[in-house]
Ligand binder design. Sequence first.
Ligand code: ZN
Length: 445
Amino acid sequence: MALWLKDPLAILAENAERGVVVEGARIVELVAKGAEPATVIDEIFEAGRHVMLPGLVNTHHHFYQTLTRAHPDAINKELFAWLKTFYPVWARLRPEDLAVATRLALTELLMSGVTTTSYHHYLFPDGLDDAVDIQVAEARRTGLRMTVTRGSMNLSVKDGGLPPDSVVQDEDAILADCERAIARHHERGEGAMVQIALAPCSPFSVTRELMRATARLAETHDCRLHTHLAETRDEDAFCRQMFGMSPLDYLEDTGWLTARSWLAHGIHFSDSDIERLGRHGVGICHCPTSNMLLASGRCRTCELEAAGVAVGLGVDGAASNDSSNLMEGVRHALLVNRLTYGTKVTHLDALRWATSGSARCLGRNDIGVISMGKQADLALFDLDELRFSGAGDPLAALILCGAHRADRVMVAGKWKVTAGMPVGVDLEWLKAEHGTAARRLVMLD
Ligand code: ZN
């Protein structure tokens, strides 16, 4: 079946003014201005109301945190105080809570135009040993592509770290589950729907030995590495006191300064740090909403890109965002970077970070752009709301007027959102179940 998405209002692609042809899971043809498709067309979707983007790619998130959004004890705190407030709450997370939180976050992401997401789960209290399997099952059910990053914490307060004992595991258990998760779930090659990456949480919650062992494991199994780094000045001070070096020197010391790694936040880097990151091919996930909310600082996106670093975008959170809407994140990226760089940063830069830049962070070359042979992952937005009325440039309008909900989303050639609604998801049921789980988790305090 060849489907022609015909004559879009605008499209983020070169030489595709008349749209794209999708066959199976891939884009097989771009139709240029004044041309007709060379492919024999079976079906036409009239896209004249739609602005067409590559499906957005979210490179950092913590789905379970959707259960603790806008928590009154945490809303006006910076990262370390915010985390200390939440650790005891999150320690009560049960498998059924994680399942419903994951389903809700995936649905939110999908409705905002996301077709691929990563998920950093680093919380393994007693009873939550199957966290990776729960997330993979929900991703397959919802139909997004997902890089599940098997997170970990093993440095608790008693050893000089930040989290309490109740949420950390020992190194052997962590490494064994990483290997199990890779063997069971990691898909390789073009079109992969589920991939596993390894993701010790942060310098202040993981030992140096676990960082090193994880890097070796990623090398053995040829998978990617992810962690939080250079998010706050507190973290910088922690690294200098605990390890006697800067966060980036610590990264190098533990074997992580490699093209396998992408880092969440990446704010507090010096000029020479940035040059080293570029030289070694490390990716940075810029999380503008979270960075503004937690007052963490401004990512040096332009210097990083100029040094050759892949810059992607992430929502982070969802207790530090507190939504899972990457289109909002694109707008926030534009606005916060305007404060740093002035008008040389445009909506096209922010869109590039959320698509091809994010795909590079995840080590994928089959998604993130609309071009021949790439996966048919597409987000279509209409401009029918009041907020768009009177807009001139349709692509710019998406970001400047604040698009936040896709009208249609396609993943691997299949529609997953139609008429603004996720296919096969009962939103009322999902809200009720998620709300019940959130109240139980929080009200025990
Ligand atoms: Zn995070």
